[in-house]
Design a protein around this ligand. Structure first.
Ligand code: ADP
Ligand code: SR1
Ligand code: MG
Ligand code: MG
Ligand code: MG
Length: 417
């Protein structure tokens, strides 16, 4: 049973819901019957409605009491909408222009209203279609830096961070989903796993019996659950970014909690690398996709360098937290040591990101939720070798981490695989 007051919205009731909210009614204009409504959810979990009126448009996102991609056999508490809107409220001011504007939360419906992004499309789809977005890697790097710095113990006070830590720690249903479908299921015998069969049966067997690999993944699983560096987005793949040629918006932060910064960075890195490796599967007689693939991979250093530069710049200008306090490093003679600590901190985030990128790649090949980058390569004989490359690269990331210290190492590794 769902909580009192909850019902799943449909194309009719979403109009009544919005019409009862004076600000939303005014934004849309006209009469509810004249609004165009479309349910467009294509993610794994939720309902998403786009509503267009004569004067404006909005987007309504609502939790379902189950995992949409699995159906009612996989129940899921509704409170993910609460955490998604909490994240927008917490970081919205810090990522102005890089996330949809947040309008309204309706607690009993586990639904919220936000800016309808248009003519934006999902970045992953654009990359699969062979499109390039000249600013996207910088924008997402900027988003990751600003959101995590502002909610870390460098950019926020102990008291502020404690509020986020306590509140988002209750996002247990989604933290559990990540612990299971990202970290533990893919290298276990789980009925939720799937892979390209029979082509990758050997890979699945080999990975499940690779003790060293499982040890490395489990280490990152532990770090994911126990590292409270900042409020992270928690699902920062290329399906959580909507783009135009010039504009970038990061959305879908329902998996947010206070965790390791490298998890967000690694998610985006992994999805760039997977798209790079999938490009030959989308080649046509007219376009071999080589230039597109190279462009996608070139975004790896752009993304990381932007993230690092912006995080360090914020540390210079906006440190107001209790870690590395300015009062402790007041002497000019202290500056070299502080600068070295900052570099070491960012090196640590990079090392974490490589590990999380690997884990998040393996889960897309052997786990429950796959990526359309590979899934849309219809011919399994064409898809499987590319998925295999991604999995083998991920294995190297985990077992030879000393070989992947810079974004250029990732680029070289992806080209060599
Ligand atoms: P889920 O949490 O189920 O993955 P998402 O938040 O990723 O749901 O949204 C699913 C889809 O809905 C997106 O892929 C996108 O096409 C569309 N969508 C989501 N938010 C917006 C928005 N603010 N404006 C326009 N379309 C959106
Ligand atoms: C059962 S949920 C599968 C995945 O969908 C979300 O987008 C997250 O990536 C989650 O792991
Ligand atoms: Mg999504
Ligand atoms: Mg989601
Ligand atoms: Mg992922």
């Amino acid at each position: 049973p769902t909580p009192a007051g909850y019902y799943a919205l449909d194309n009719h009731s979403v109009r009544t819901f919005l019409n009862d909210l004076p600000e939303m009614r005014a934004k849309l204009g006209g009469a509810p019957e004249s609004w165009a409504v479309e349910e467009v959810g294509d993610g794994n979990l939720n309902l998403v409605f786009l509503v267009d009126g004569p004067d404006g448009s909005v987007c309504v996102k609502q939790s379902l009491p189950y995992v949409r991609a699995a159906g009612e056999s996989w129940p899921l508490p509704l409170d993910r909408a609460f955490f998604e809107q909490s994240y927008y409220r917490a970081v919205g001011a810090h990522v102005e222009g890089l996330a949809p504007r947040f309008y309204h939360y309706q607690p009993e419906l586990y639904a919220f209203v936000m800016e309808r992004l248009s003519p934006h499309i999902i970045l992953r789809r654009g990359l699969i279609e062979g499109r390039r977005y000249p600013h996207v890697a910088q924008h997402v790097g900027e988003f990751a830096a600003r959101s995590t710095f502002a909610t870390s113990d460098i950019g926020a006070t102990i008291e502020e961070k404690a509020e986020w830590t306590a509140s988002f720690a209750k996002n247990t249903s989604l933290i559990r989903i990540t612990a299971e479908v990202v970290f533990s299921d893919p290298l276990s015998e789980s009925p939720r796993n799937r892979w390209t069969r029979p082509e990758l049966d050997g890979l699945a067997r080999a990975f499940r019996s690779d003790s060293a690999l499982k040890g490395a993944v489990a280490d990152f699983g532990w770090r994911f659950l126990t590292t409270g560096q900042a409020l992270i987005h928690g699902d920062l793949h290329t399906g959580s970014v909507m783009v135009t040629e010039t504009d970038t918006k990061v959305m879908d932060p329902e998996f947010s909690f206070v965790g390791p910064i490298g998890y967000d960075v690694g998610a985006f890195l992994a999805n760039l690398v997977m798209n790079y490796l999938a490009q030959p599967g989308h080649a046509t007689a007219a376009d071999d996709r080589r230039e597109q693939a190279d462009w996608v991979l070139d975004q790896v250093p752009v993304f990381w360098n932007t993230f690092k530069t912006r995080f360090l710049a914020l540390w210079e200008t906006s440190a107001r937290g209790d870690a590395y306090p300015a009062t402790m490093f007041a002497h000019p003679a202290d500056q070299a040591v502080l600068a070295a600590r900052r570099e070491a901190f960012l090196d640590g985030v990079f090392a974490d990101a490589v590990g999380y990128a690997a884990v998040k790649t393996i889960r897309r090949i052997l786990g429950f939720a796959h990526n359309i980058d590979f899934e849309w390569i219809a011919d399994p004989a064409r898809r499987a070798p590319l998925e295999n490359k991604a999995a083998q690269l991920a294995r190297k990331f985990l077992l030879e981490p000393h070989s992947f210290r810079t974004p250029e190492d990732i680029v070289a590794g992806a080209k060599a695989i």
